[in-house]
Design a protein around this ligand. Structure first.
Ligand code: THG
Length: 270
């Protein structure tokens, strides 16, 4: 699976403070820890930080790029910020793989961000939501996912550069959603060949829940069985990463060996 690190997010107090104070060390230590845990992509999200968001994104991307060659995912709900930040980061690092996180499936937002992916060579995450918000049922999620994928392919992106995100909400406010999200992944995967990637922001599911780490790793395993192949998650959580690798061995994504965790680490160069 493709592990996006969730940790460089201003929602976390240490990261928020580091962005506000332009303290590189805190960020770079976290990035190294996420990479050592198995992160393939570093998602960066400013959260509620002060100052100019485009400048903050540039600073954060540069800070990350100093310690890793991994792809960088620029995470913002504001299309205007993403447009400037992605262009700025692309100009500063012409060869770095980038991901735009994220677009909705509304014509207005898709119409700006899909061409931005084409222009900058970035991959893009499409949320299965439109102007009416996050769908309460499977059908609407599938419809939004199909709409986004169609628009992306028509613009010339390959399925491998498209991630569909059926949006997982906290378990304690939306108890039917975990099953709906898995079913949407399953349905969208079977009707598209070759399929795009499927991703979720895993920790959303356990926000303000007591057993958050247990809920996260149980749900990640369930989603992998439904066809998920990427997640924004804490790569520093060893139990979580090992549960994911084990699920992938059971799904025959990796060859079984008695020491399959070690084999996985070796193969990843960890
Ligand atoms: N889809 C996409 N992008 C996303 C999300 C998504 N980006 C942001 C978010 N959702 C994924 N990242 C996180 C990061 C942290 C948490 C949840 C999702 C989180 N943090 C703990 C909390 O708030 O309780 C801990 C905070 C703390 O310790 O201070 O839950 O869905 N495409």
């Amino acid at each position: 699976m493709i592990i996006f690190s969730e940790r460089i997010n201003g929602m976390y107090r240490d990261v928020r403070r580091a962005i506000n104070d332009k303290d590189k060390t805190v960020i770079q230590e976290l990035v190294c820890c996420q990479v050592a845990g198995g992160a393939d992509v570093i998602d960066i999200n400013l959260g509620p930080t002060r100052g100019n968001p485009v400048e903050n994104f540039l600073w954060l991307a540069q800070t990350v790029a100093e310690v890793t060659d991994k792809p960088i995912s620029l995470d913002s709900a504001k299309p205007n910020v993403l447009i400037e930040a992605v262009r700025g980061v692309r100009a500063a690092m012409p060869d770095r793989p980038l991901v735009i996180n994220s677009s909705t499936a509304t014509p207005e937002v898709m119409g700006q961000l899909i061409p931005l992916a084409v222009e900058t060579g970035a991959s893009i995450i499409g949320l299965t939501m439109d102007q009416e918000g996050v769908p309460g049922n499977v059908e609407k999620r599938v419809e939004c996912g199909a709409t986004f994928l169609m628009a992306a392919l028509e613009a010339g992106l390959t399925p491998s550069r498209v991630y569909l995100d059926p949006i997982i909400l906290p378990l304690n406010v939306a108890p039917k959603q975990p099953w709906n999200v898995m079913e949407a992944i399953r349905q969208l995967r079977v009707v598209n060949d070759p399929p795009p990637h499927f991703i979720i922001g895993l920790s959303n599911i356990s926000q303000k829940c007591l057993m958050n780490r247990l809920i996260n790793r149980t749900y990640l395993v369930m989603c992998l069985a439904a066809g998920l192949d990427a997640a924004i998650m804490d790569a520093g959580d060893r139990d979580l990463v090992e549960a994911a690798v084990t699920a992938e061995v059971l799904l025959e994504k990796h060859l079984y060996s008695d020491d399959y965790l070690k084999a996985w680490r070796l193969q990843k160069g960890l």
